[in-house]
Ligand binder design. Sequence first.
Ligand code: ADP
Ligand code: MG
Length: 624
Amino acid sequence: MTADAAQAQGTDATPVPFRAEVKQLLAILAHSLYSDREIFLRELLSNASDALHRVQFELLTNREARDQAAELAIRITTDEDAKTITIADSGIGMTADELAEHLGTIAKSGVKALMEGLEAGQKSQMIGQFGVGFYSAFVVAEEVIVTSLSYRPDAEAAEWRSSGDETFTIGPAERTERGTTITLRLREDAAEFAAPWRIKQTIKRHSDFVAFPIYVGDEQANQQTALWRQQPHQVTAEQYNGFYEGLTFDHNEPLLHMHVSTDAPIDLHAVLFVPATRERGLLERRIEGKIKLYSRKVLIQEETKDLLPPHFRFVEGVVDSEDLPLNVARETVQGTQIHQRIRRTLTGRLTKALGELAKDDAEKYAIFWREFGPFLKEGIAIDPMVRGDLLPLLRFHSTKAEGEALISLANYAERMAEGQDAIYYVLAGDLESARQSPHLEALGARDLEALLLTDIFDSVMLEGLREYEGKPLKNLDDPDLTLPGDDAGAASRVDDAAFAALTARVEAILGDRISGVRGSTTLQASPARLVSAAAGPGREMARFQRMLGRDHSVPTKTLELNRGHQLVVDLARRAGDGADDALVGLLVEQLYDNALLLEGLHPNPAAMVGRLQALMAAAAREGK
Ligand code: ADP
Ligand code: MG
C-alpha cells in the first residue's frame, strides 16, 4: 500500500488519544534526542529483530502460522525526493488491537525508568545511551505509518498512524504478507536519513550484529554473522566491543570478555562480558546481567537466569548450544542436564578468566574488584560449594600493602611470620580508620600482617570465610587473642591499686554501655580500645545489619586501657583523688567515643561537639 492510500484510509479511522505518559515522552524525546537522533534506526531495527525472533520461535512448533516460507529479513527502502524511509520486516506482526496496545502505551519498564529519571532532573543527554523504543521515530519523522499483518492465520491487516502529537489512529490496511512495515515521513531537518549511505552508516554503527539480514535496497548492510559462532582468534577487540554495545546499549567498553566456542563434548558457543561498572545508573536499560540463550540460532530466552551462579549475576552475554532441546517449553530448559553442563562449563571458564585477569592486569582487576567484589563476597557467604573457586579471587587492603593496593590470601599466607597460625584482620568503617585502628598495635614489632576490612560486604563474607588453607581468620579485637612472640604492649605505669580505682570509676561512668574494663597487654601508642565481649562470628553480621541501617544499637564491648599511656596515668591520678571531678567524666566519655569512632560504630559523632567544647574550655583555662 502506498503512503497516500494509507492516508486516505487513516482519515476514516477514529483518532485515539495517546496515554498521558506517551505524550510526555514524545515531548521529552523531541527536545533531548536531537544530537543522538540516528538511534531511532537502532530502535526500529531492534524491534524488527525481536519480531523476527519471535516468529522464528513460533514457526518451530506452530504449523498454522502464516507465511511459513517467507525469508526472515528486514528490508529498508528510501525515497530521497519524497523524504521517506520504509522499514519492513517479516516478523510476528501485530493485529489492530496489538497496534493500539503496543504503540499507544508505554509498557516497557526501561522507558518508565527513563521518564522518572528525567523528571528527577537527570541529564537528558544520557538519553542516547539506552533504549527509548518506538517513539524515537518521531524525533526524525513528522508522521509515522505502521501497517502490520499478524502471524495468526485469522488475523486481518491493520494500520496505525500518528503525527506524534495528541492522537493516533487505527484502521484496516491492505496487506497479505506477514510482518510489519513502518514508513517515516521525515522532517525537513532530518532529510539526510533518506540517503541510503546514511542509513548504511548508521546500521554499521549500531546494528551490525542483528541476527537477520538487513537489506538497504538490494544490498545487505549488516554483517549479521553470529559473533559467538566464530573462532575467538578471528574476532577483533573492536568487534567484541561493538557486539557488547549492541547487546547492552552500554557505551563503555566492557572490562572483560570471555569467548567459548567448542563442539565437543558439548556444542557450546558463548560470549560473556563483565561490564565496566556495576550499575549504569537509574537511566540505564538494564541493571543486572542478562544472558540471551540461543539454540540453532533461534533465540530461546531473552533473560536466562540460572546459566551462571548468583555470584556472577552481573555478567551479560549470549549463550548458544545445538544440544539444547528446541521443542521444550522455554520454562523447562532450566532443569535439563545439558543446562547443568553448560552452567558448569561457563562458570569454570569465567572463574579462570578472572583469575588470569588478576594475574595479568592487576589494575583492571582492581576495578573489577571494586565493582563486583561484593557479589563474590556474597557467594563466599552463602554457598560453601563455590568457596574453593572464589577464594583465589578475593582481594584485600592490608597493613603491608600501601594505599589502595590489594593483596590476595595467597600473598598473605606466603609472608606469614614464624609461628603464626592465623590470619589477622581488623574491621573499620573506612581505610583511613582501619590504618589508625588501635588493634593494630598488637602487631607491634612482630612483623605480623593484618587485613583491613572496610567494605560493608566484608562482614557478610566473613560468615563463610572462617579459614584459609587450614589457618583460621581472627579479628584482632578478639578478647583472648594471643599472638606469636612477646607481648608488644607498653610497660605499665599505673599500679594495681590505682588501676582498680580507675576501673571502678570508668565502669560507674559508662555503666552498661561496656561489659567491663581491663588493662591492655598490646596497646602502645593509643590510650584505649574496644575489644569484643566474646569471640565468634555473630558480631560481624550484627555489624552488617547496623551498616544497612536496620540496627541502631551500639554493641557492648570491653574497654581496654593502656596502663603505660600518659592520659591513662593522669586519669588514674585524678580518679585516685576520689574527688567528684567532672573533668574525669568528660575524659572517660570522650575516650569511649574515640574508640567507637575508630571502630566505625559511633551512632552520632555530632553529639560529641558539646563535650569537646567543654574539654577545650578546660584546656584553655589550664594554660592561662
Ligand atoms: P520494546 O521494544 O522495549 O518493548 P518499543 O517501544 O520499542 O519497546 O516497542 C513497543 C512494542 O511494540 C514492542 O514490545 C512490540 O510488542 C511492538 N512492536 C514494535 N515494533 C514491532 C515490530 N516491528 N513488529 C512487531 N511488534 C512490534
Ligand atoms: Mg524496542
